[in-house]
Write a protein that binds this ligand. Structure first.
Ligand SMILES: NC(=O)c1ccc[n+]([C@@H]2O[C@H](COP(=O)([O-])OP(=O)(O)OC[C@H]3O[C@@H](n4cnc5c(N)ncnc54)[C@H](O)[C@@H]3O)[C@@H](O)[C@H]2O)c1
Length: 402
């Protein structure tokens, strides 16, 4: 039983910066520490947020008063940090991805099973309005049986922070499949059993995506996977670091069932339903954009440059969409006026984690779900290397009901 969170935030980069206050001001939190390998970064956070510094991750593991680790290190370090934290008896909040090998994902699930600790994957896209809409409409039966869905995460290497950092240059895009998979898998309630993947080799002429240019020997700048699901459906996931598209974005572009479908492009969200029982073909199309777009977007929808602004990434940070209002009602009062981010998802994630640690309940974004979002991408990297071989995906099973 955990009464209050005493949490060490490991990694003081730009992403963690958007979460320290959310941990600090949650009513279930007693104390927040910050930690970075680079002293200056921890010092800056300490001053900015009025929190204490802990000298090292190892010290945080040893300290009995610290009961939670928030893992905001570089993405290829996540598995190791989370495993060591769970082994030391700490609850874990981890930024995505879960880990970079199948074995590390499986180990995290095993540790959570064995210890009963909370492991929470901070997948922002779980609370993206398009993902929430597909979950809601599917659960209400609007789509019928799931057939096919497509999702993608486009983030050009030129404007991604890790693109400029040596250690992470040229990593396979599918190291980070969770934005796309989480949105689709959470809506369908299913998981991948087989994958087949193709990719585009980079032609930029620098060394970034070449066998010698990065520590993964990766040549692919974009990867496209088909995943066969246990429920008989199929999903297509695209992870692209070299597409001439708009601002960085993750979205479900289409979600199709036997009775109805959802389609999205830039700012338009459509629900299309077919009455299969009617004598004459009857199709109902509903524009659900005002329900799914952020309130700020809706307020600007008649601007002449509205589409251009949305494509450029405007109004996608702090403003809640109508579909998020029900969730918003359960956020602590202390969050009012605090920064949010990534389609207003940050506050939901930290609230979920802080409540799960104290209640002992298994959160939706648990280790089993995280493994199902992450492992298919890691297997697909191998499929891509093999020119599109069909490969089976190991499954860690359903989260237990606690
Ligand atoms: N939408 C999203 O879900 C989203 C968006 C952005 C970033 N992220 C994730 O957040 C993570 C952090 O992103 P970022 O851009 O802030 O990264 P970053 O590289 O700028 O910062 C990571 C920090 O971790 C520190 N660090 C590494 N190992 C450490 C250790 N053992 N002890 C203490 N400090 C350690 C590094 O020194 C560095 O300052 C990434 O893994 C990324 O995948 C997720």
């Amino acid at each position: 039983m955990t009464d209050k969170l005493r949490i060490a935030v490991i990694g003081c980069g730009p992403f963690a910066k958007r979460f320290v206050n959310l941990f600090k001001y949650h009513p279930n939190t007693e104390k927040v520490y910050v930690c970075d390998l680079i002293d200056e970064k921890a010092k800056k956070f300490s001053e900015m947020f009025g929190v204490d510094i802990i000298e090292s991750f190892e010290e945080a593991l040893e300290r009995e008063d610290i009961n939670c680790i928030a893992n905001f290190t570089q993405r290829h370090l996540h598995g190791d940090i989370s495993i060591r934290a769970l082994e030391a008896g700490k609850h874990v909040y981890s930024a995505v991805p879960m880990a970079s090998t199948v074995e590390e994902c499986q180990r995290i699930v095993e540790l959570v099973k064995k210890t009963g600790l909370t492991y929470f994957i901070g997948e922002t896209c779980y609370y993206f309005p398009c993902a929430m809409y597909c979950r809601e409409a599917f659960a209400e039966g609007k789509f019928g049986d799931f057939s096919y869905g497509a999702a993608q995460y486009y983030h050009h290497i030129n404007d991604i922070s890790y693109g400029k950092r040596e250690a992470e240059r040229g990593m396979p895009p599918l190291f980070y499949p969770t934005h796309s998979t989480a949105m689709l898998l959470a809506a369908t309630g299913s998981y991948a059993t087989e994958v087949v993947c193709f990719g585009r080799k980079d032609t930029a002429g620098d060394k970034c995506f070449t066998p010698e240019g990065n520590e993964w020997g990766n040549e692919y700048i974009n990867q496209y996977v088909m995943m066969k699901l246990a429920n008989g459906g199929t999903i297509r996931v695209t992870e692209a670091r070299g597409l001439g598209f708009g601002s960085p974005s993750s979205s479900i572009s289409g979600f199709y069932g036997t009775k109805g479908s959802y389609e999205y492009s830039v700012a338009q969200h459509l629900l299309i339903e077919k009455d299969l029982t009617a004598e004459k073909e009857t199709i109902y199309t509903t524009n659900v954009s005002d329900y799914v777009n952020s309130a700020e977007m809706v307020a600007h929808k008649n601007d002449p440059d509205f589409i251009a602004n949305v494509a450029a990434g405007k109004w996608k940070n702090d403003s809640f969409a109508a579909i998020q209002e029900r969730e918003r009602a359960r956020l602590p009062k202390s969050y009012e006026g605090l920064e949010n981010g990534h389609m207003a998802s940050h506050q939901f994630l930290i609230d979920d984690f802080c409540k799960a640690v104290v209640s002992g309940e298994i959160p939706a974004l648990n280790a089993w779900f995280a493994a199902r979002c992450n492992i298919p991408g890691l297997v697909a990297i191998e499929s891509c290397k093999m020119g599109g071989a069909v490969l089976p995906v190991p499954d860690c099973g359903d989260a237990p009901v606690r």
